[in-house]
Design a protein around this ligand. Sequence first.
Ligand code: OGA
Ligand code: MN
Length: 290
Amino acid sequence: MATIGIRRLSNGLGAEITGVDLRQPVDDSTFAAVEKAWHDHLVLLFRGQDITPDQHIAFSRRLGELDQHGSNPRYRLDDYPEILQITNLKVGGKPSDTRNTGRNWHSDLSYTRHPAKGSLLNCRQKPDVGGDTMFTNMYMAYETLSERMKAILEDLWAVHDVSLVAGIGERDPEKTAEMKRLSPPVAHPVVRVHPDTGRKALFVSQRVRSFVGMTEAESRPILDFLCDHATSHEFVYRHQWQVHDLLMWDNRCTMHLALADFDQSQPRHMLRTTLLGEPIGRLYNEAQAA
Ligand code: OGA
Ligand code: MN
Protein backbone atom coordinates (compact mmCIF):
# COMPACT_ATOMS: atom_id res chain seq x y z
CA MET A 1 0.00 0.00 0.00
CA ALA A 2 1.51 3.32 -1.04
CA THR A 3 1.44 5.95 1.67
CA ILE A 4 3.12 8.89 0.01
CA GLY A 5 2.18 12.45 0.83
CA ILE A 6 1.65 15.01 -1.94
CA ARG A 7 1.79 18.75 -1.24
CA ARG A 8 1.50 21.17 -4.12
CA LEU A 9 4.22 23.79 -4.43
CA SER A 10 2.58 26.40 -6.64
CA ASN A 11 -0.47 26.97 -8.78
CA GLY A 12 1.47 26.33 -11.97
CA LEU A 13 3.24 23.08 -11.21
CA GLY A 14 5.29 21.14 -8.69
CA ALA A 15 4.58 18.97 -5.67
CA GLU A 16 6.59 17.82 -2.69
CA ILE A 17 6.44 14.08 -2.09
CA THR A 18 6.88 12.75 1.43
CA GLY A 19 7.19 9.22 2.71
CA VAL A 20 9.75 8.03 0.16
CA ASP A 21 13.33 7.10 1.04
CA LEU A 22 15.37 6.76 -2.13
CA ARG A 23 18.16 4.94 -0.29
CA GLN A 24 15.84 1.94 -0.28
CA PRO A 25 14.28 0.18 -3.24
CA VAL A 26 10.87 1.73 -3.91
CA ASP A 27 8.06 -0.86 -3.97
CA ASP A 28 5.79 -1.08 -7.00
CA SER A 29 2.72 0.57 -5.52
CA THR A 30 4.75 3.49 -4.14
CA PHE A 31 6.46 3.82 -7.49
CA ALA A 32 3.11 3.86 -9.30
CA ALA A 33 1.89 6.63 -6.95
CA VAL A 34 5.06 8.64 -7.59
CA GLU A 35 4.73 8.25 -11.34
CA LYS A 36 1.09 9.36 -11.24
CA ALA A 37 2.06 12.39 -9.13
CA TRP A 38 4.77 13.17 -11.68
CA HIS A 39 2.23 13.16 -14.51
CA ASP A 40 -0.13 15.32 -12.45
CA HIS A 41 2.41 17.85 -11.12
CA LEU A 42 5.30 17.75 -13.68
CA VAL A 43 8.00 18.55 -11.10
CA LEU A 44 8.42 16.48 -7.92
CA LEU A 45 10.49 17.41 -4.90
CA PHE A 46 11.86 14.84 -2.47
CA ARG A 47 13.61 16.42 0.51
CA GLY A 48 16.38 14.84 2.56
CA GLN A 49 17.68 12.41 -0.06
CA ASP A 50 21.32 11.85 0.89
CA ILE A 51 21.79 9.24 -1.80
CA THR A 52 24.79 7.61 -3.45
CA PRO A 53 25.31 7.64 -7.22
CA ASP A 54 24.18 4.00 -7.32
CA GLN A 55 20.94 4.81 -5.47
CA HIS A 56 20.34 7.86 -7.68
CA ILE A 57 20.81 5.69 -10.79
CA ALA A 58 18.70 2.82 -9.44
CA PHE A 59 15.70 5.05 -8.77
CA SER A 60 16.08 6.92 -12.07
CA ARG A 61 16.15 3.64 -14.02
CA ARG A 62 12.68 2.82 -12.77
CA LEU A 63 11.46 5.74 -14.88
CA GLY A 64 13.22 4.78 -18.09
CA GLU A 65 16.50 4.32 -19.88
CA LEU A 66 19.27 6.69 -18.85
CA ASP A 67 21.30 8.96 -21.06
CA GLN A 68 25.07 8.40 -20.94
CA HIS A 69 25.65 12.13 -21.48
CA GLY A 70 27.51 11.64 -24.74
CA SER A 71 26.62 15.20 -25.78
CA ASN A 72 28.53 16.56 -22.76
CA PRO A 73 31.11 13.88 -22.01
CA ARG A 74 33.55 15.95 -19.99
CA TYR A 75 31.37 16.36 -16.93
CA ARG A 76 30.29 12.81 -16.28
CA LEU A 77 31.05 11.50 -12.83
CA ASP A 78 34.02 9.10 -12.87
CA ASP A 79 32.79 5.55 -13.42
CA TYR A 80 29.19 6.80 -13.72
CA PRO A 81 28.45 8.03 -17.24
CA GLU A 82 24.77 8.19 -16.18
CA ILE A 83 25.58 11.05 -13.79
CA LEU A 84 26.32 14.56 -15.00
CA GLN A 85 27.95 17.02 -12.62
CA ILE A 86 26.34 20.46 -12.58
CA THR A 87 28.96 22.12 -10.46
CA ASN A 88 31.17 25.09 -9.80
CA LEU A 89 33.73 22.84 -8.16
CA LYS A 90 36.76 22.03 -10.29
CA VAL A 91 36.46 18.98 -12.52
CA GLY A 92 39.72 17.34 -13.58
CA GLY A 93 41.57 20.21 -11.89
CA LYS A 94 39.88 22.85 -14.09
CA PRO A 95 36.94 25.22 -13.58
CA SER A 96 33.78 23.47 -14.72
CA ASP A 97 31.72 24.85 -17.60
CA THR A 98 28.67 23.30 -16.01
CA ARG A 99 28.82 25.95 -13.28
CA ASN A 100 26.68 28.01 -15.66
CA THR A 101 24.41 25.28 -16.93
CA GLY A 102 20.85 26.25 -17.67
CA ARG A 103 21.06 30.03 -17.69
CA ASN A 104 18.32 30.42 -20.28
CA TRP A 105 14.87 28.83 -20.38
CA HIS A 106 15.18 25.35 -21.81
CA SER A 107 14.16 21.73 -21.88
CA ASP A 108 17.10 19.38 -21.43
CA LEU A 109 18.80 18.05 -24.55
CA SER A 110 16.26 19.63 -26.91
CA TYR A 111 19.23 20.29 -29.20
CA THR A 112 19.54 16.54 -29.82
CA ARG A 113 17.32 14.12 -31.72
CA HIS A 114 16.35 12.54 -28.40
CA PRO A 115 15.29 15.40 -26.14
CA ALA A 116 15.34 14.24 -22.54
CA LYS A 117 12.19 12.73 -21.11
CA GLY A 118 13.03 13.80 -17.58
CA SER A 119 15.90 14.81 -15.33
CA LEU A 120 16.59 14.04 -11.67
CA LEU A 121 18.83 16.56 -9.91
CA ASN A 122 20.22 15.93 -6.43
CA CYS A 123 21.71 18.82 -4.47
CA ARG A 124 24.96 17.89 -2.76
CA GLN A 125 26.27 21.35 -1.83
CA LYS A 126 24.66 24.76 -2.09
CA PRO A 127 25.50 28.39 -1.47
CA ASP A 128 24.14 30.15 1.65
CA VAL A 129 21.48 31.89 -0.40
CA GLY A 130 20.28 31.69 -4.00
CA GLY A 131 21.19 29.32 -6.80
CA ASP A 132 17.45 28.81 -7.29
CA THR A 133 15.89 27.00 -10.24
CA MET A 134 12.65 28.06 -11.94
CA PHE A 135 10.23 25.77 -13.76
CA THR A 136 7.29 26.50 -15.99
CA ASN A 137 4.28 24.50 -17.12
CA MET A 138 4.20 24.10 -20.91
CA TYR A 139 0.74 22.52 -20.94
CA MET A 140 -0.61 25.73 -19.43
CA ALA A 141 1.48 27.77 -21.86
CA TYR A 142 -0.17 25.93 -24.75
CA GLU A 143 -3.69 25.81 -23.37
CA THR A 144 -3.82 29.56 -22.71
CA LEU A 145 -3.05 30.53 -26.32
CA SER A 146 -5.88 31.65 -28.57
CA GLU A 147 -7.43 29.03 -30.83
CA ARG A 148 -6.09 30.90 -33.87
CA MET A 149 -2.53 30.88 -32.50
CA LYS A 150 -2.82 27.20 -31.67
CA ALA A 151 -3.88 26.56 -35.26
CA ILE A 152 -0.87 28.47 -36.60
CA LEU A 153 1.51 26.50 -34.39
CA GLU A 154 -0.07 23.12 -35.02
CA ASP A 155 2.15 22.00 -37.87
CA LEU A 156 5.18 24.23 -37.25
CA TRP A 157 8.57 22.78 -36.45
CA ALA A 158 11.29 24.66 -34.57
CA VAL A 159 15.05 24.49 -35.00
CA HIS A 160 16.85 23.87 -31.70
CA ASP A 161 20.51 24.81 -31.70
CA VAL A 162 23.16 24.00 -29.09
CA SER A 163 24.97 27.21 -29.93
CA LEU A 164 22.09 29.06 -28.20
CA VAL A 165 22.90 27.44 -24.86
CA ALA A 166 23.55 30.47 -22.64
CA GLY A 167 27.23 31.18 -22.13
CA ILE A 168 28.43 28.66 -24.69
CA GLY A 169 30.38 31.43 -26.43
CA GLU A 170 32.45 31.94 -23.27
CA ARG A 171 33.64 28.34 -23.21
CA ASP A 172 36.89 27.53 -24.87
CA PRO A 173 36.41 27.40 -28.64
CA GLU A 174 37.57 23.82 -28.87
CA LYS A 175 34.87 22.64 -26.43
CA THR A 176 32.23 24.69 -28.21
CA ALA A 177 33.23 23.20 -31.54
CA GLU A 178 33.01 19.74 -29.98
CA MET A 179 29.48 20.40 -28.68
CA LYS A 180 28.36 21.72 -32.06
CA ARG A 181 29.86 18.75 -33.84
CA LEU A 182 28.15 16.34 -31.44
CA SER A 183 24.82 18.16 -31.79
CA PRO A 184 24.06 19.70 -35.20
CA PRO A 185 20.81 21.74 -35.35
CA VAL A 186 17.69 19.63 -35.06
CA ALA A 187 14.01 20.35 -35.74
CA HIS A 188 11.16 19.36 -33.39
CA PRO A 189 7.40 19.94 -33.50
CA VAL A 190 6.32 23.14 -31.72
CA VAL A 191 3.28 21.40 -30.27
CA ARG A 192 3.95 18.00 -28.82
CA VAL A 193 1.58 15.42 -27.45
CA HIS A 194 2.78 13.96 -24.18
CA PRO A 195 2.96 10.19 -24.70
CA ASP A 196 1.73 9.35 -21.18
CA THR A 197 -0.91 12.00 -20.52
CA GLY A 198 -2.09 12.64 -24.09
CA ARG A 199 -2.07 16.38 -23.37
CA LYS A 200 -0.60 18.92 -25.77
CA ALA A 201 2.36 21.01 -24.64
CA LEU A 202 4.22 23.87 -26.23
CA PHE A 203 7.78 22.85 -27.14
CA VAL A 204 9.91 25.93 -27.72
CA SER A 205 12.65 27.49 -25.62
CA GLN A 206 15.38 30.08 -25.67
CA ARG A 207 17.49 27.52 -27.53
CA VAL A 208 15.33 27.78 -30.65
CA ARG A 209 16.73 29.69 -33.61
CA SER A 210 13.81 29.73 -36.05
CA PHE A 211 10.85 27.84 -37.42
CA VAL A 212 11.39 25.46 -40.31
CA GLY A 213 10.38 27.20 -43.54
CA MET A 214 10.60 30.70 -42.06
CA THR A 215 13.49 33.13 -41.82
CA GLU A 216 15.08 34.01 -38.51
CA ALA A 217 13.71 37.54 -38.82
CA GLU A 218 10.18 36.19 -39.29
CA SER A 219 10.55 33.67 -36.50
CA ARG A 220 12.12 35.84 -33.82
CA PRO A 221 9.12 37.94 -32.75
CA ILE A 222 6.90 34.86 -32.56
CA LEU A 223 9.53 32.95 -30.59
CA ASP A 224 10.00 35.87 -28.21
CA PHE A 225 6.26 36.08 -27.69
CA LEU A 226 5.96 32.35 -27.04
CA CYS A 227 8.86 32.32 -24.56
CA ASP A 228 7.54 35.40 -22.74
CA HIS A 229 4.07 33.92 -22.60
CA ALA A 230 5.33 30.49 -21.50
CA THR A 231 7.27 31.99 -18.62
CA SER A 232 4.41 34.13 -17.30
CA HIS A 233 4.61 34.24 -13.51
CA GLU A 234 1.32 32.37 -13.25
CA PHE A 235 2.85 29.24 -14.80
CA VAL A 236 6.11 29.24 -12.81
CA TYR A 237 7.47 27.60 -9.68
CA ARG A 238 10.75 28.86 -8.21
CA HIS A 239 12.66 26.28 -6.22
CA GLN A 240 14.91 27.28 -3.33
CA TRP A 241 17.26 24.36 -2.83
CA GLN A 242 18.14 22.60 0.37
CA VAL A 243 21.07 20.21 0.55
CA HIS A 244 19.92 16.67 -0.36
CA ASP A 245 16.81 17.80 -2.23
CA LEU A 246 16.09 15.65 -5.25
CA LEU A 247 13.99 17.31 -7.91
CA MET A 248 12.65 15.38 -10.87
CA TRP A 249 11.09 17.18 -13.78
CA ASP A 250 9.36 16.17 -16.97
CA ASN A 251 11.15 17.85 -19.88
CA ARG A 252 8.28 17.04 -22.26
CA CYS A 253 5.92 19.51 -20.62
CA THR A 254 8.14 21.96 -18.71
CA MET A 255 11.03 24.35 -19.20
CA HIS A 256 13.48 25.40 -16.52
CA LEU A 257 16.02 28.10 -15.80
CA ALA A 258 18.98 28.01 -13.40
CA LEU A 259 19.46 31.42 -11.79
CA ALA A 260 22.89 32.92 -11.19
CA ASP A 261 21.56 34.60 -8.04
CA PHE A 262 24.37 33.49 -5.75
CA ASP A 263 27.98 33.99 -4.74
CA GLN A 264 30.03 31.85 -7.13
CA SER A 265 32.87 31.64 -4.59
CA GLN A 266 30.62 29.29 -2.60
CA PRO A 267 30.24 25.70 -3.79
CA ARG A 268 27.12 24.66 -5.67
CA HIS A 269 27.35 21.00 -6.54
CA MET A 270 24.49 19.04 -8.09
CA LEU A 271 24.30 15.59 -9.66
CA ARG A 272 21.90 14.79 -12.47
CA THR A 273 20.59 11.72 -14.18
CA THR A 274 18.78 12.21 -17.47
CA LEU A 275 16.03 10.00 -18.85
CA LEU A 276 16.29 9.31 -22.57
CA GLY A 277 13.36 10.61 -24.56
CA GLU A 278 11.70 9.12 -27.57
CA PRO A 279 13.21 10.41 -30.83
CA ILE A 280 10.89 13.12 -32.10
CA GLY A 281 13.31 15.34 -33.98
CA ARG A 282 14.99 15.30 -37.34
CA LEU A 283 18.30 16.75 -38.38
CA TYR A 284 17.88 20.17 -39.86
CA ASN A 285 19.76 21.45 -42.85
CA GLU A 286 19.73 24.79 -44.54
CA ALA A 287 17.98 23.33 -47.59
CA GLN A 288 14.83 23.09 -45.43
CA ALA A 289 15.00 26.80 -44.66
CA ALA A 290 12.72 29.35 -46.31
C1 OGA B 1 20.05 21.01 -15.43
C2 OGA B 1 19.95 22.46 -15.22
C3 OGA B 1 19.52 23.49 -13.14
C4 OGA B 1 20.28 23.98 -11.96
O1 OGA B 1 20.69 20.33 -14.63
O2 OGA B 1 19.46 20.52 -16.39
O3 OGA B 1 19.46 23.15 -16.05
O4 OGA B 1 19.66 24.70 -11.18
N1 OGA B 1 20.38 22.87 -14.03
O5 OGA B 1 21.45 23.65 -11.81
MN1 MN C 1 18.64 21.86 -17.68
